[in-house]
Design a protein around this ligand. Structure first.
Ligand SMILES: Nc1ncnc2c1ncn2[C@@H]1O[C@H](COP(=O)(O)OP(=O)(O)O)[C@@H](O)[C@H]1O
Ligand SMILES: [Mg+2]
Length: 236
């Protein structure tokens, strides 16, 4: 059954069409990869799904809830969590406090928020860094911290925007393990990723954007041998 439905979404910035007539679905507990060259419109589409911006036309649904038109906090309450391409952690706050910011969207009980935050730090392998100021974490740890904070709002759909960029192979492997754990917990994922070694082995399906349009959609194997995708994205 489909969880997220993106229906004919177009997003214009003045004369520029960042997303053009894009439609696809994400089913419950499914992992869908969203790939495409720089400027293809991936982050814009995330912004539309998470309520950071509104599509110029088309609509976006999470089950029976229309997301398009809602504010970011309303989308979060509806069950959509995200990370940002440029990690937005509160540097002077501890890792635990950063995750509590997410948890406090679900509860106003500080003790409960602290417990849940601790749980998500453990889930992402950061338990030992709970009291460290976020600014002292490595890039890889900061990415996982952003994931922990997103998970703390207890979403049904998690949007990850290039969380593996710039990581070394060991760190990519750790990030992949976290994604597997998230999927096993029943949360659906839509993942923007340039690191193809990170996304191809774990995605059920891949959606390819190019110049704002959906160029292709299929299993990772289908996408990897699609001549149009190879020409546009992997380099002819
Ligand atoms: N807020 C904005 N205002 C104007 N143009 C934007 C804005 N956000 C994105 N764009 C443009 O939309 C296009 C798609 O950008 P983006 O969604 O960031 O691509 P990607 O994430 O695939 O690299 C780019 O040409 C970009 O310059
Ligand atoms: Mg982007």
């Amino acid at each position: 059954m489909s969880l997220l439905r993106v229906e004919k979404v177009t997003k214009r910035y003045g004369g520029l069409i960042a997303n053009e007539d894009i439609s696809f679905e994400v089913k419950a507990a499914e992992v869908v990869g969203l790939i495409g060259p720089n400027g293809a419109g991936k982050t814009t589409l995330f912004n539309c799904i998470a309520g950071a911006t509104e599509p110029s036309s088309g609509s976006i649904w999470l089950g029976a809830t229309r997301l398009s038109g809602l504010a970011p906090e309303q989308c979060a309450r509806a069950g959509v969590a995200r990370t940002f391409q440029i990690a937005r952690t509160f540097g002077s706050m501890s890792a635990l406090e950063n995750v509590m910011v997410g948890a406090l969207l679900k509860t106003h009980d500080m003790r409960r928020a602290r417990e849940r935050a601790q749980h998500w730090l453990e889930f992402t392998g950061l338990a030992l860094l709970a009291n460290a100021p976020a600014a002292t974490l490595t890039i890889s740890e900061q990415r996982r911290l952003a994931v922990a904070r997103a998970l703390a709002i207890e979403p049904v759909l998690l949007l990850l925007d290039e969380v593996m960029a710039g990581l070394n192979p060991t760190e990519v492997h750790e990030a992949v393990e976290v994604v597997q754990r998230i999927r096993a917990s029943g949360v659906a994922l839509l993942i923007v990723e340039h690191v193809l070694e990170g996304i191809m082995p774990i995605a059920d399906r891949i959606v390819v954007l190019d110049y704002g349009r959906k160029l292709a959609e299929g299993t990772p194997a289908e996408i990897a041998r699609d001549p149009q995708v190879i020409a546009a994205y992997l380099g002819a």
